[in-house]
Design a protein around this ligand. Structure first.
Ligand SMILES: Cc1cc2nc3c(=O)[nH]c(=O)nc-3n(C[C@H](O)[C@H](O)[C@H](O)COP(=O)(O)OP(=O)(O)OC[C@H]3O[C@@H](n4cnc5c(N)ncnc54)[C@H](O)[C@@H]3O)c2cc1C
Length: 369
């Protein structure tokens, strides 16, 4: 079978992975000269911990298994099973963590509630003031900036994979994709993994979609100078992830004004070069800003320094990113046949890096690849 994939982000690349592995021939188009969307701007967190029970958790757990397997085959993706620690600093935060740790599926998520001393024995770089932490052994991380080229390089020796960067798909129909050089790529199946590009070709084919776009701010620091052995979250993450409902932090503890205004949490993951990726903010109203706002970085620096018990290393890079998210919170991603032979897969929201191997596997199974 011939498969044409449009979009060189993680969803497109994971579709290519599954198609090639199943023996098919893949042509993979990306309009930029290298992927530059959400998939290279994210934390690289393979984040199981806060997922809603049911299909979302099942998808994340399956994806975590696939990432580990792929990471063993392709060391360049930088997969590590480093786990995460969500630190709690107040009694109200401790109460939410305690409720979470008592969930019937806590063991499946790899959750354990630890006091401050136990937190430090798992992650000695956390020398700040806190009561304890919710440790999630299932969480992992990958290196987003290099994972996609590494996956593509692993597909090349098959002789069935053709990466075509710098080409925008302009006309997509059953059996063919025409790019902006006029080349026509014949295919039995076409997958559009076009990310947050909801206008243009996607709107022509699919009309208005039940998706929204979300804009986030991120940063990366100089090397920490020591290992941060788990990824780290602050307790503001209890406000956003469904697994912590209905124990609501909002009723008991107002969020700091900057964090509330920018819908923030602290997430922090160490890159393989020792630097820390920190974020994030969330904005939903378009048009999105074209510049980064400084106040959220001041807040992230203050919280991260307090948890580390030392000044955060200097921020060396700042950027923003946009992802597409399904309006239906129960949908893990948007899958639809938009015209015969053409499948659109997008909208995994803030869990797309985590879930992509399993989302693409679902397409492969549904299309009998
Ligand atoms: C700042 C930030 C942090 C995040 N952190 C995490 C995290 O830590 N863990 C997690 O699980 N998820 C995270 N996410 C979410 C995750 O990054 C996304 O859900 C995921 O990357 C979406 O992948 P994608 O392939 O659908 O989109 P993209 O990566 O945006 O890729 C789509 C690609 O399609 C191309 N394209 C579009 N139209 C065409 C066309 N007509 N022809 C050719 N090419 C086209 C685009 O150029 C783009 O490269 C984060 C997102 C952001 C923005």
């Amino acid at each position: 079978m011939k498969v044409a994939i449009v979009g060189g982000g993680v969803l497109g690349t994971m579709h290519a992975w599954h198609a090639v592995r199943r023996g098919h021939e893949v042509v993979h188009l990306e309009r930029e000269t290298e992927a530059r969307g959400a998939s290279v701007r994210n934390f690289g967190l393979v984040w199981v911990s806060g997922r809603a029970a049911g299909p979302e958790l099942a998808t994340a757990l399956r994806a975590r298994e696939l990432w580990e397997r792929i990471g063993a085959e392709v060391p360049g993706v930088g997969f590590r099973a480093n786990g995460s620690m969500t630190l709690v600093r107040t009694e109200a935060e401790w109460a939410v963590a305690e409720t979470a740790a008592a969930r019937p599926d806590a063991a499946e998520r790899g959750w354990r509630l630890l006091d401050a001393e136990a937190v430090r024995s798992v992650n000695p770089a956390l020398r700040g003031e806190f009561l304890g932490g919710l440790h999630c052994a299932r969480d992992g991380a990958v290196e987003s900036r290099v994972a996609l080229p590494a996956l593509r390089a692993a597909l090349e020796p098959s002789g069935r994979y053709r990466w075509v960067p710098g080409r925008e798909a302009r006309d997509v129909r059953e059996g063919a994709v025409r790019d902006d050089t006029g080349e026509v790529h014949g295919a039995d199946h076409v997958v559009l993994a076009t990310g947050a590009a909801l206008g243009g070709l996607v709107r022509e084919l699919a009309g208005p979609l039940p998706l929204r776009r979300v804009w986030l701010q991120m940063a990366q620091t100089a090397p920490l100078g020591e290992p941060l052995s788990t990824s780290v979250a602050d307790a503001d993450s209890f406000r956003y992830y469904p697994a912590y409902e209905p124990a609501s932090l909002a009723e008991h503890q107002p969020q700091p004004p900057v964090a509330a205004e920018h819908k923030m949490q602290l997430l922090m993951v160490q890159r393989l070069d020792g630097g820390l990726t920190i974020g994030d903010t969330h904005a939903y109203a378009e048009p999105f800003p074209f510049d980064e706002v400084e106040a959220p970085y001041d807040h992230l620096t203050e919280v991260a320094s307090a948890l580390l018990g030392r000044p955060l290393p200097r921020i060396e890079r700042r950027w923003n990113g946009v992802y597409a998210q399904c309006l239906d919170p129960a949908a893990v991603a948007y899958h639809a046949t938009v015209t015969p032979g053409v499948r659109l897969v997008t909208g995994p929201g803030g869990r797309g890096m985590t879930c992509s191997p399993a989302i693409a596997e679902q397409t492969a199974e549904e299309l009998s690849w």
